[in-house]
Design a protein around this ligand. Sequence first.
Ligand code: ASP
Length: 440
Amino acid sequence: MSKTVVKFGGSSLASAAQIKKAAAIIRSDEARRFVVVSAPGKRDSSDTKVTDLLYRCCDLAAAGEKFDEPLSLIRDRFSGILEELGVTMDLGREIETIRAHLTNGPQREYMASRGEYLNAKVISAYLGFDFLDAAKCVVFLEDGSFDAETTNQKLSAAISGSSGVVIPGFYGATGDGTIRTFSRGGSDVTGAIVARAAQADLYENWTDVSGMLAADPRIVPDPRSIHYITYQELRELAYMGASVMHEDAVFPVRKAGIPINIRNTNAPGDEGTMIVPTLPEGYTSQRVTGIAGKTGFSSIHIEKSMMNTQVGFGATLLQILAAHDLPFEHCPTGIDTMSVVVHTDHLDPVRQSVMDEISQRLHPDILKVEDGLAMIAVVGEGMVFSKGTAAGIFQAISDAGINIRMIDQGSSEMNIIIGVQEEDYALAINSIYQSVIKTV
Ligand code: ASP
């Protein structure tokens, strides 16, 4: 029988009504036997996530202040859910355990994990599934890094043969039982880890949108949804700011070749987005999968005549950046010119010293920094197979009267990166979307 790991996010489990929707989705398919849950999220825009209430309790307790108010909000939240679901659980005892922890030197990560812990207990009872505490099988090392291989062994052993199990997302523990968490939104990562351990056929990530959009809807009105995207394309778009799930959630499933399906708990009939190792037949004709971008870049521009004959020029430049802990994003070069694109935020603290060292060690004819740049990534594996995509992109930008400041094409030919001035950013994205993405 096929195996599906389902992960439900905070908005999908924010209330008893939402939990009922999630349960109906789980019960509608026997393959959905491995369930990973977030803590209850926001019920509406003015609501507070349970995880944030837990952090607030912890901060108040650490400052020696009263934490009764946020703690009673958490208790009320869960007791309301329990009552409406008709589930009985000793909530009073659970809350007292949390209160005792808060009074005796609270640990932030332990506190943050309690939302997932309690929600998984409630939902497992409601579904009649087993509860598996992530502290027992999601392993962290003493330095807080995640131990993927030990986790995989422990988790596989714990869930193999299970006919239904609910696992809290977001946290695990070190060998001595100290609770550690992933970064915010980390239940997505737990879902991926469970999918790998279960050798699942599919990892379904249930959220409140029907998949990923081909462009940011705050910039492009009504962008189309993406049906299929490869792991690599997702990585490129996510790196440039398109977010649909926690970035680290791709690695475990990618390693195991398990597809991810982003689905909408509020519209379960929608197909959502499939994140796959390779695009299915027919989809290679999809030239461009999506577009994303970011503002806040600077370009360090260097000119020196006969630069091309000076072996090690580029290496020295990059060494200077590395010595200042300054990562670079792109590095387009000409015969006698070289530019390095960096985040302005990263450059600012070391700007003077980097410029001084470049002048002293490389003696450039011209050295200048251009701030206020935006980088736009047009991503699509199908670009390799299609003639004229690049021409279409540049035509669109030129028709919009925008000056291109930089072009970089990744060696995979999966992306074209375009640098423009920040004031042209939204217009450039819109123009490219309308002429090369909307129409394919
Ligand atoms: N509850 C955690 C958060 O709010 C983790 C998650 O929902 O994935 O970040």
